[in-house]
Design a protein. Structure first.
Length: 672
């Protein structure tokens, strides 16, 4: 297998705040994949940069009495320290506020303009008459023009979900000065994204470029028609001035993805790499972007179109992931679950989190939940109780009875070969970003190793006369199996792997597809490689993360009563029944009884798998009103996540009738 050339990026962290655990889902995921590729012998480079432009950075710097350049330099130090603490090993970390980024932003813009893909027109915007600046939507607050909720941003209402323009807000004020904004005209520059509709339809549908869920979403946007993208902002603005347009600056989202190219160019200048080999139009290097699902629009539409229009290559694939929840809920400062990377590092081993994220990650866009009880149990059971325990159980006898030397023979060659043969499946899972499945395969091997030791009972053999050779073989086999487990886990827990390599007295382990057992080999004295998670450390993190400041925010206004807390099946008496409208119904591939329903329950939509296929065709259900159990704990099925239960009556088969309310009932109403 020839060496692959791979360039990997993560989304650029914004240089206006600290790294938190939600960010780390992405960086740890990308780092694991990058480390795996390197361990396999591939030439893989992992680059990133701080996203350093925009109004928020300009205003924060002004508030702190420093220049934007000072602010982003300070934040970069903090970001680098946090990433280092969690073992995120970038080959290069740069900044979008760089000469390289200025060069490529201007170059791409100029090429697009010369080919007729840039246009100009005058727009009306909200303007702060005190600060003398145009206001981004998120810097205007007021009352929602639809539901009246107070303290809402200028683009959408978090209470009722309505979208609107800032000039529609009632009693609007500037977040910057507190003054009422005025309307003012300004000439803006636009990227004509629709010019690339045909190219994007082809690129987004091509096999492997996007995950299925993302590809389907892109198809919706493409079907609805692409619009011009406003790529300019007026001074004052911290960013790059647009060539030949004094007082006009590139919108941060234009130069942010170009930061990938800029960071790589910076690395090229350091290491003598060929930039065009990676970014040229005919490049055959693999280029992958790991990003959150909230910024897929920019990476799967704008970015490929910009690159193609400017004569550069497009990505090999864009890999999107979900958000992080903590104990089943969005991260919350009041609950102490909005956890900064630095807060975690002050209390717990970062490799705990790396392993836990790996154990939960899939190659889809589902959200990942950090449940602290599960976190402790999984780390203690898998890493400490299974993997490290093998070395601990075996090494003592090797050191005391055999002067630290392993047996000259492999007692169980077939078992050792089973562990070697597993490399193919595990490698495929790593390659496809199915880290959770890979961890399960590795832990199944750890169970086999522990079972082997349990069956051989070296602690009893050690007490018997004339059994030294048997004892030597058993414990040496345990060490050799431990060594392979560590090799498979190395992309996930690199520090434990490095310490294990030191204990085993071996060179850094490559992927063990052709590993041979260590025979007649001297190991070092065993030292604890990982300790158990301590509950008081988790409690300290939660306490340190709580935001105790009293705020005067208006309570969130809901059209419907709040949905009750999640329940188990045994708690059916607490059931929260809601009127729901079935928006969409479709067959589930591979399921004999299920239909997949998308239901509107007032303030949100839910995905529900219902066992009513025998009685209903999907087209019969769409538009139908029904009743759902809204607070049933979501259930993960092999087809996806079911977020409720549709009520139906009847014995089954064709004799099933979905309950539906009288005319007048509306989605979200509680059934009492």
């Amino acid at each position: 297998m020839s060496e692959r050339k791979i360039l990997v990026t993560s989304a650029l962290p914004y240089a206006n705040g600290p790294i938190h655990l939600g960010h780390l889902v992405e960086y740890i995921q990308t780092d694991i994949w990058s480390r795996f590729q390197k361990q396999r012998g591939n030439h893989c480079l992992y680059i990133c940069a701080d996203d350093a432009h925009g109004t928020p950075i300009m205003l924060r710097a002004d508030k702190e009495g420093i220049t934007p350049e000072q602010l982003i330099a300070n934040v970069e130090k903090e970001h680098r320290a946090d990433f280092d603490g969690f073992g995120v090993a970038f080959d290069n970390f740069h900044s979008t506020h760089s000469e390289e980024n200025k060069h490529f932003s201007s170059l791409i813009y100029t090429r697009l303009r010369e080919d007729g893909h840039i246009s100009k027109r005058t727009i009306t915007q909200a303007y702060d008459p005190v600060k003398n600046m145009f206001l981004p939507d998120r810097f205007i607050k007021g009352e929602c023009p639809k539901c009246g909720a107070k303290d809402q941003y200028g683009d959408n209402c978090e209470a009722c979900g309505a979208t609107y323009s800032p000039i529609e807000l009632k009693n609007a004020v500037s977040v910057v000065s507190g003054e009422k904004p005025i309307e003012k005209d300004s000439e803006h520059y636009f990227f004509d994204l629709a010019d690339f509709t045909e190219m994007l339809e082809s690129w987004t549908k091509a096999e492997g470029h996007l995950q299925t869920e993302v590809r389907n979403k892109m198809a919706e946007w493409l079907d609805n028609g692409l619009h011009q993208w406003d790529i300019s902002r007026d001074k004052p603005y911290f960013g790059f001035e647009i060539p030949d347009a004094p007082g006009k600056y590139f919108y941060v989202w234009l130069d942010a993805p170009i930061g990938y190219m800029a960071s790589f160019k910076n690395l090229c200048d350091k290491q003598g790499l060929d930039f065009d080999e990676y970014w040229g139009k005919d490049s055959d290097v693999e280029l992958y972007h790991f990003i959150g699902k909230d910024i897929i629009y920019f990476h799967a539409l704008f970015w490929p179109a910009m690159l193609h229009g400017a004569g550069f290559r497009t990505p090999s694939a864009v890999f999107s992931h979900g958000f992080l929840t903590v104990n089943g809920e969005k991260m919350s400062k009041s609950r102490g679950t909005f956890i900064k990377a630095r807060t975690y590092l002050e209390h717990l081993n970062p490799e705990y989190l790396r392993y836990y994220f790996a154990a939960k990650l899939t190659n889809g866009i589902d959200d990942l939940d950090l449940n602290f009880d599960d976190f402790s149990q999984r780390v203690n059971s898998d890493l400490v109780g299974k993997v490290v325990n093998i070395a601990s159980r075996s090494s003592g006898f090797i050191k005391k009875r055999f002067e630290g030397k392993l047996s000259p023979t492999c007692a169980e060659p077939e078992l050792f070969q089973q562990f070697i043969d597993a490399n193919t499946v595990i490698a495929e899972l790593y390659e496809n970003r199915e880290f959770g499945k890979a961890m399960r395969e590795i832990m199944a091997l750890a169970d086999k190793a522990n079972q082997y030791i349990d069956e051989k009972k070296p602690w009893l053999v050690a007490k018997e006369e004339g059994k030294d050779t048997e004892l030597h073989n058993i414990c040496s086999m345990g060490i050799n199996l431990f060594r392979l487990l560590v090799a498979y886990l190395k992309p996930v827990i690199p520090v434990l792997a490095e310490n294990s390599e030191d204990f085993l007295n071996i060179e850094a382990q490559v992927w063990p597809s052709a590993a041979q057992p260590l025979l007649d080999h001297e190991i070092k004295k065993f030292k604890p490689l990982m300790t158990r998670v301590e509950q008081d450390k988790i409690e300290a993190i939660v306490e340190a993360s709580k935001d105790n400041l009293i705020t005067e925010q208006q309570p969130e206004i809901k059209k419907c009563e709040p949905i009750a807390e999640e329940i188990e099946f045994d708690d059916f008496a607490k059931i929260d029944l809601r009127i729901a409208k079935i928006i969409k119904a479709e067959h589930v591939k591979g399921a004999d009884k299920l239909l997949q329903l998308t239901v509107d329950i007032g303030d949100e939509t839910r995905n529900v798998f219902a066992g009513i296929k025998s009685a209903y065709a999907p087209e019969e259900l769409e538009g139908k009103m029904t009743v759902v159990v809204a607070n049933l704990k979501p259930r993960k099925m092999r087809f996806g996540l079911s977020e409720g239960m549709v009520l139906a009556a009847g014995p089954g088969g064709k004799e099933l009738w979905v309950l539906n309310p009288d005319e007048g009932a509306q989605p979200g109403m509680r059934v009492k």
